[in-house]
Design a protein around this ligand. Sequence first.
Ligand code: ADP
Ligand code: MG
Ligand code: ZN
Length: 609
Amino acid sequence: MKKISSASVWLVVFVLVIFAAVTFKDADKKDTTLSVDKFQEQWIKKDIKSVQVREDKTITGELTDGTQYETIVPLSRLMQVMDEHPNDKVTETYIKPASMPMWLQIVPTLLIVLMLVAFWFMYMQQSQGGGGGGNRGVMNFGKSRAKIATLDKKKVTFDDVAGEDEEKDELAEVVDFLKQPKRYLDAGARIPKGILLVGPPGTGKTLLARAVSGEAGVPFYSISGSDFVEMFVGVGASRVRDLFEQAKKSAPCIIFIDEIDAVGRQRGAGVGGGHDEREQTLNQLLVEMDGFGVNEGIIMIAATNRPDILDPALLRPGRFDRHILVGAPDVKGREEILKVHSKNKQLADEVKLDVLAKRTPGFTGADLENLMNEAALLTVRKNKQIIEMVELDEAVTRVIAGPEKKSRVISEKDRKLTAYHEAGHAVVMKYSPLSDPIHQISIIPRGMAGGYTMHLPEEDTSYTSKLKLKDEMVGLLGGRVAEKLIMKDISTGAKNDIDRASAIARKMVMEYGMSDELGPISFGNDHNEVFLGRDLGKSRNFSEQVAFQIDSEVKDLIDEAYAKAEKILAENISKLHAVAQELLLKEKLEGAEFEAIIARTESSEIELS
Ligand code: ADP
Ligand code: MG
Ligand code: ZN
């Protein structure tokens, strides 16, 4: 073993020398090679600044834009072109080169061959090395890419993670164990080896894992699932081995596998099936997890937003058996996260973070961080030092819908269409009793959308009801109905609304059991079909007959909602006009302004009648 490794050091030195030599040789490489026709064309265009002809008849030179070229034009042809299209600005040089010794000419080829041999040798040695010793050559194919964030790096603590008290409580025990393992060993307690953080993207899973290591003051090895999946067969598995080897040496420590679903997907599910690279990696991971003892001081934390597709073997006792759900924060949590991210920013006194928290239901920690950052950027752009509510408001909308595009040119007809479309949503929502209040309407295009109507719930809710869902569909279809009513034609602008309304209707029938006809049964397990391979072709657990019924129920729901939207708009057509006209003038209406228009129109109608 010893001998081989010193040999490999020499090999490395050799490879480096070769590298240097090859790089050096490349120094006079030309930027471009011109074909015969191309050369002629460039010449006629007077794009050629200089021509150098060597004795071996290679022709090189410079173009007027500075590019070094090389051409394969035969000398006779070159002369002909030059004569036919004289250009006296060109400098011509004829070089008689010192002839290269024969042995020097073959050096590059020789070096490349040697390099390939060296490369192959190292790779072989590496992959046979198995779980063996540490020094495995410098090529480091299989070395885990785990980054060690040790203590001197910027330390993340639980204080940096806001509003996740339950999650932190659960992890506190782990921190305590890492700090004083003896207490637990003496008490004969078994600490979970693996903890799985489950939650949508941006909710702070990575942050939490870092905070655990920061709190406990232990090394943190982090690696992403996708890092394991490499193009060389066997590399993923050897990476896993190395990762654990490293970790065992520095226990107590934390191994964090981000996005574990990339490796941990159910076996036998891959397209093409069978023993693919990912499966080997996963197997190795399972082996290693079983390989270290219970209280060895290594805690594995993994994060995923797709726990449903993980291989069950990963979730068995002794592996990732403790699951912690990391959800989107509630109002209180949002306020605390906003506090964390405004620590290093100057906020005006008028800024109330609790109000802002109320306005951002559904935002994750990452969204809120983004929001504070956008607000700070806007403030700088306005040459101000202190962030005020205006910037925060604008930032909210930016995060929701992407930046405003004031410059996009919109035809008058499109503007009118958008105005009526959005006014249609707003008026219909206003008169659907269970719809949330209107927060803002705009016809300024944002992102992909031509405009938007934002209605926000007054509080966070975990459940929704059948009647509320129905009203939501009515509101969504309001845009399309208004287009039809006013413009006598319908547009593609309602695509998103229609998608969403159809999705609601389908879910009501198939998942929530809200159809009278079909009753409280759930149909199909649609969330699997995204992953080819698993349950492919099995995703329907009902008959043709029922499929037909589902479709007709969905259609009935949509038809009902459409009819209701039509009725509301027909009864309130003057309000539709009033809101649309105001939108065309102001482009953006706040909730209060909208209510004022409705109230004004209502009272003038009473006077008329
Ligand atoms: P995930 O790993 O769940 O996708 P991250 O941990 O990468 O999410 O979170 C992204 C960023 O969002 C973090 O760097 C942090 O700035 C912010 N963030 C998320 N959750 C929180 C939280 N609870 N408190 C403070 N900041 C948070
Ligand atoms: Mg993450
Ligand atoms: Zn719409």
